[in-house]
Each structure stands twice: as structure tokens, then as C-alpha cells.
Design a protein around this ligand. Structure first.
Ligand SMILES: Nc1ncnc2c1ncn2[C@@H]1O[C@H](COP(=O)(O)OP(=O)(O)OP(=O)(O)O)[C@@H](O)[C@H]1O
Length: 236
């Protein structure tokens, strides 16, 4: 018998208010525990919209999106926030660190917002230091304010924040677009290893196809999304 999916999307349809047509129309998409998936697609095909639906920031008019068997639509706003904080680590394109707080405080934010994550981290402070060190952030750098860190350091702190407390799903939305090639390759190797160590599935969105071979699966949203296919046909 196959394992229940970590994430399941079924018959999903979503249209932005005022839009003439659906942004997303996805019959089915599943993600299993521990998988690493590279999600790609041309600009405007709905990648960020899909991530917002997967994390319960948006809810769909039709169909279902469930994380760990829990449908987002069935949850109230506060419970949605808790489900997200407990089970999803998010790495943003622009990192979204608190500029005046230390690297360490930023890394610990995920445990401040989730008791479950704090429990899973054990000694959260020690675990944060360990993960930061593995990402090449030493004890001195850990104490520096986020706005005094290099772009690459900020990105690695953002990754530690996403991974602390071992969420089942780590989502990264174009996290390497601000990094040069050398930093990008090192960051990707560290991220893959850290997700494996934490047992977290990784859903990674990028335009940079060179990163795809390191993933267990590549998903092309333009193919998955019937709304994108319809738009392309009309444009042809
Ligand atoms: N807040 C919003 N309100 C209305 N329409 C939106 C909103 N956000 C996105 N859209 C529209 O939804 C479609 C998909 O946008 P989305 O940002 O999800 O694409 P994307 O694939 O992530 O693009 P990119 O690769 O350029 O970041 C676009 O037509 C966009 O204009």
C-alpha cells in the first residue's frame, strides 16, 4: 500500500478577483514525505499563487488542497496559521529576515511561532547554533544583526529558520536569484543536505533549470496547470 501523501492537490481551481479566467486549474498534484521537487514554469504561470494555496495563505474556490491530510479550507484563520507554522518552513526570495534582530534570533523565529517546532527542536538555541554552523554561520556571525550580513549569509540564516524544528515541508521560492553562481551552488548543496538531515520534503521554485538535476522530481507547472495550457492555446 502506498504511503499517504504529505501534500495533495485535487481538482484545484483558482481565479484572482476580477480576472477573466482561472489562474490555476490543476487536476492532481501530490508530494510525498521526504521528496525533493523542482517546480518550474514561465513567468506568470501561477507558481507563487500555487505556493500560497499549498500553504493555506489563499484558499481555492473549487477542489481541495490538504497538508498532512488536513484540508486548508476546513480550518479557521487562526488554526490555518498554526498548521502552517507547525508543518511548513518557507524560504522567501528576499529572505524576509527581521533586520534589527540577530541572525540567531531570526533563526529561532520559527520556534517562537510554533510550540510543536520548538518541541521537535529540543534545545532550540543549541539546535539553531548547530544548523547555523553547518550552514557556515559561525558564533560571531550568529550574533550580528541581519542587516549587517552578506546576501549569502542572510539566505543561509533564512534556510535555518525554515528548517529549525524539522517541518515536514520546506518551500523555497526563487531563493537563489540574489546569489552569484558560486554561492548558489554551495547554498543548494547545503540546503539539500539539511533537508535530508531534517527529513523535510523540499518544494523548490526556480527559473534556473541548471538546479533541476539535483532533485528527485521536476514538475512543469505550465503542463500541470490546464489554465496555463488554455491560455497558451488561445495565444497560439
Ligand atoms: N494579488 C494578485 N491579484 C491579482 N492577480 C494576481 C495577483 N498575484 C498574481 N496575480 C496574477 O496571477 C497570475 C499568476 O501570477 P504568479 O505570481 O502566481 O505567477 P508566477 O509563475 O509566480 O510568476 P513569476 O515567475 O513571474 O514570479 C498572473 O497573471 C498574475 O498577474
Amino acid at each position: 500500500m502506498s504511503e499517504a501523501p504529505l501534500l495533495s492537490v485535487r481538482d484545484l481551481r483558482f481565479r484572482w478577483p476580477g480576472a477573466a479566467r482561472d489562474t490555476l486549474d490543476i487536476p492532481e498534484f501530490t508530494l510525498h514525505a521526504g521528496e525533493s521537487v523542482f517546480l518550474r514554469g514561465p513567468s506568470g504561470c501561477g507558481k507563487s499563487t500555487l505556493l500560497s494555496l499549498i500553504t493555506g495563505v489563499l484558499t481555492a474556490e473549487a477542489g481541495e488542497v490538504a497538508l498532512l491530510g488536513q484540508s486548508w479550507r476546513a480550518l479557521s484563520g487562526a488554526r490555518r496559521d498554526r498548521h502552517r507554522a507547525d508543518h511548513v518552513g518557507y524560504i522567501f526570495q528576499q529572505f524576509n529576515l527581521l533586520p534589527y534582530r540577530s541572525a540567531r534570533d531570526n533563526a529561532l523565529l520559527s520556534c517562537a511561532f510554533s510550540r510543536r517546532r520548538a518541541r521537535r527542536a529540543g534545545d532550540a538555541g543549541a539546535q539553531a547554533s548547530l544548523l547555523l554552523a553547518r550552514m557556515g554561520i559561525d558564533a560571531d556571525t550568529e550574533r550580528r544583526r541581519a542587516d549587517q550580513l552578506s546576501v549569502g549569509q542572510q539566505q543561509r540564516v533564512a534556510a535555518v529558520r525554515a528548517l529549525l524544528g524539522r517541518p515536514e515541508l520546506v518551500i523555497a521560492d526563487e531563493p537563489t536569484s540574489a546569489l552569484d553562481e558560486d554561492h548558489r551552488d554551495r547554498f543548494m548543496a547545503l540546503l539539500h543536505q539539511a533537508c535530508r538531515d531534517a527529513g523535510s520534503a523540499l518544494l523548490f521554485v526556480s527559473h534556473d533549470g541548471r538546479l533541476a538535476p539535483a532533485f528527485s522530481r521536476v514538475l512543469d507547472l505550465a503542463r500541470l496547470n490546464r489554465a496555463a495550457a488554455a491560455t497558451a492555446t488561445e495565444a497560439a
